[in-house]
Design a protein around this ligand. Structure first.
Ligand code: F3S
Length: 392
């Protein structure tokens, strides 16, 4: 792989042992995938933040790096942590877990990383541009930035994202290249989709059908960015889909040739079957919304739905700190709390230890429906937001 003088120097230890080690990791990665060179990244999103996911070995690794003076060179955000970093006690998070989680956050802070723990960095101050190269980790954020924004990122692991943040580069392979962004299947959407859960159910079906490949959607009549983030998240979960195109909606769709591609139909029957498959429970202990992290538009809409009511079940809305604070300023937090809900920042239903608190969770996310049974030992009630908030 071609390296510039600066990159050669980093590899030779001119910028210290940490940079040398991480540059080696990037070069090895580039060699494996046959990258021709390194490219600068505009921003990084690092996964592996929750103590639940990385445990003591991850904490020790991060503390070691931070103590050796590792510093990021580009704007770097974090994936959700294992708890609301401010209101964790209120959520019932155990104190020993909280203590470790705070140490992880301290290590990231020392490295100069923005302490915004979210899977929707594009809604919280880190908006890439079309064709900007990134090194993001969390699968729904990767899908959204590639597909809806038209930026370019592979799905980075925790260490490779951290390496890109500290070195400022990533190897040029995979979805950074034009030829790897072409669709492999056309998805013929033959049914109307209204709720995020409809998009999540379709994403679950399509991801499993195309596995690791790139779908091109035809026939989606209307979708906002919240619907698209639900769709992308569910496909990433069921089929590791990191890029999709939607006719007339996503920026690269018009550049793609879909002639002769295999077509897969998604109609009323597939939608119904997907809902049935994702449902594994009956009586929820809690309703948790915001996977991927809720946008302000979603929080406003939930607040309008619950205003003046008392919810039958406790409600959590997972989001970024930035959205929570804006909701608070708008008085939406009070509306939601009066109805019996909470806005939970910095974390989500999958990476926080909810198995210590609940056993059946109601959700409207196609991604969370796939992760909660295994990762959090939950039974899942999967449905649209109106039904969930009515307790049906
Ligand atoms: Fe985000 Fe957690 Fe869902 S990281 S995409 S809210 S599983």
């Amino acid at each position: 792989m071609y390296l510039t003088k600066e990159q050669e120097g980093m590899l030779d230890g001119e910028e210290g042992a940490v940079v040398e080690k991480l540059m080696r990791l990037l070069v090895r990665l580039g060699d494996i995938y046959d990258a021709d060179k390194m490219i600068s990244v505009g921003s990084v999103q690092v996964a592996g933040v929750s103590y639940k996911s990385i445990g003591d070995p991850g904490l020790e690794f991060l503390e070691d790096f931070a103590s050796k003076g590792a510093k990021v060179k580009v704007l770097t955000y974090l994936n959700p942590a294992g708890m609301d970093l401010e209101d964790w006690q209120e959520l019932g998070i155990p104190a020993d877990f909280a203590e470790k989680q705070k140490l992880i956050i301290d290590a990231f802070k020392k490295m100069g990383i923005v302490i915004t723990a979210t899977c929707t960095p594009y809604l919280a101050g880190n908006l890439p541009r079309f064709r900007e190269h990134l090194a993001w980790s969390e699968s729904s954020a990767v899908s959204f930035s590639n597909s809806v924004i038209g930026a370019r990122t592979n799905r980075e692991g925790g260490p490779s994202a951290l390496a890109a943040a500290i070195c400022g580069f990533t190897p040029n392979y995979g979805l950074h290249l034009d030829e790897n962004r072409k669709p492999n299947f056309v998805i013929d959407v033959k049914t109307d989709l209204k709720f995020n859960s409809d998009f999540g159910a379709m994403g679950h079906f399509v991801g499993a059908a195309v596995k690791n490949k790139i779908p091109y959607f035809e026939g989606i009549k209307e979708a906002n960015t919240d619907n698209l983030k639900s769709l992308g998240a569910a496909m990433a979960a069921s089929g590791a889909v990191a890029l999709y195109h939607v006719e007339g909606m996503t920026p690269e769709a018009g550049l793609m040739n879909i002639e002769g591609l295999e077509r897969i139909e998604f109609g009323e029957k597939e939608l119904k079957e997907s809902y049935e498959k994702l449902n594994t429970g009956d009586e929820p202990d809690v309703v948790i919304l915001g996977c991927p992290h809720a946008s302000l538009r979603e929080i406003i809409s939930i607040a309008r739905k619950v205003e003046g009511k008392i919810l039958k079940k406790p409600l959590w809305i997972c989001t970024s700190r930035a959205m929570k604070e804006t909701a608070q300023r708008m008085g939406l937090l009070d509306v939601i709390e009066e109805a019996g809900g909470k806005i939970v920042a910095d974390t989500c239903m999958v990476v926080s230890p909810i198995e210590k608190l609940f056993s059946t969770t109601a959700i409207n996310s196609g991604k969370a429906a796939q992760y909660l049974p295994g990762f959090c030992k939950q039974k899942v009630v999967f449905g649209n937001i109106d039904k969930l908030l009515e307790g049906k």
